[in-house]
Write a protein that binds this ligand. Sequence first.
Ligand code: KIV
Ligand code: ZN
Length: 512
Amino acid sequence: MADKLIIFDTTLRDGEQSPGASMTRDEKLRIARQLERLKVDVIEAGFAASSNGDFEAVQLIANTIKDSTICSLSRANDRDISRAAEALKGANSARIHTFIATSALHMEKKLRMTPDQVFEQAKQSVRFARNLVADVEFSPEDGYRSDVDFLCRVLEAVIAEGATTINVPDTVGYAIPELYGEFIRTLRERIPNSDKAIWSVHCHNDLGMAVANSLAGVKIGGARQVECTINGLGERAGNCSLEEIVMAVKTRKDYFGLELGIDAKHILAASRMVSQTTGFVVQPNKAVVGANAFAHASGIHQDGVLKARDTYEIMRAEDVGWTANKIVLGKLSGRNAFKQRLQELGVQLESEAEINAAFARFKELADRKSDIFDEDILALVSDESVTQDKEQFCFVSLSQHSETGERPHAAVVFTVAGKEVKSSSDGNGPVDASLKAIESHVKSGAEMVLYSVNAISGSTESQGEVTVRLQNSGRVVNGVGSDPDIVVASAKAYLSALNKLQSKSDRVAAQG
Ligand code: KIV
Ligand code: ZN
């Protein structure tokens, strides 16, 4: 393969590990389809042995996605690896990604294993995985903080056992670009069989350097795979962001000299989909996908861009999927036009019943809002009411009264396991009153740790998109709701978070 940089997306695995970002099987499949459309080389679909839900999600994605390699994470033990292989059976191209910690700190305090035990387990796991699939990736967790001599010994041994990709994680985001790049180069130079594997970088963003470190791993270290997530989603400060890596390598091809398989015009839709699904809003000044990424406010900049766009623009907005806010559909649009637009946006609803439900919501929205933008359609299909028969709590209607000098009051009608209930309350404002009305009936006892409102397409005519983060008994979930009325959007977001709290998780932590 000519000098190609492999893009390994781990939004559905490492990204999902961020508190509150957990996704349903169907949501994961929808995102996997968008990643395939983006022509991501490898999709890490989950950690099959961590829960039945994750196993099913990996299996569904492996059975459905045909153009990308599908990967499952797995700890370095036979049970996890067999589970991963089982989930990946239907894939056109399958990869098992097995890992074990190699830093002195992790081995001693977390694993309570000696270096020799870790060495043996790493070797034995790669051997076991190679008997099940041809494509095996090995990661020494906390690799960057590991003793370099010990790391060389482990990595040489796993390559000899048949590992095809060696990934070197900076698990805690401690690296500095130059030092990380040199670390990868040292490993490649010192390990005699290093040329038998593809080298990969996996950087966390705790010091805000995940993208810079990954690029140094590529440029200085010679890595040819980058592990990243859409919007940089991930635990703590997140992972290396896919859109930034891709556009850095494309825009500065003069410097990196690498080919990418990515079709960048699908980046923005992927960003929106991940943000709307997880409730992790993209900051306006985020590179490439933030609302201001291509906006020029200063007069000097505007004047320059109008005369010659490359005076202030190094990339073309349309190359990553930005279009002028165009009206895509309206009140008179039919079911076929709606279905086709869904397809163009990379959204595939699973059944005719779901298309019908989404179309009914589209019509209802078009009655209240004359211009329907792509953002509205993406929000509409992310809304749980499209699949509402599967949910415990579903929004039905809301009325509220607020007037200067009076305490606001709200009455909310919603269903609980299909049965309609009405609950009312007063509150500090109409949103507070509505959420208190729901809580007074449900009595979840959950603590709200985040509430945010975002205008989907920028103006007061747009829909409001609300994210509610709830915490209960150590679990954190995000609920998202959208509606032209932000009080309704808030009630929907609250019910969506309650639904996620209800779904019990038996998940095993990846770094546990
Ligand atoms: O950050 C990390 O070390 C990981 C490994 C499991 C690859 O995500
Ligand atoms: Zn990670």
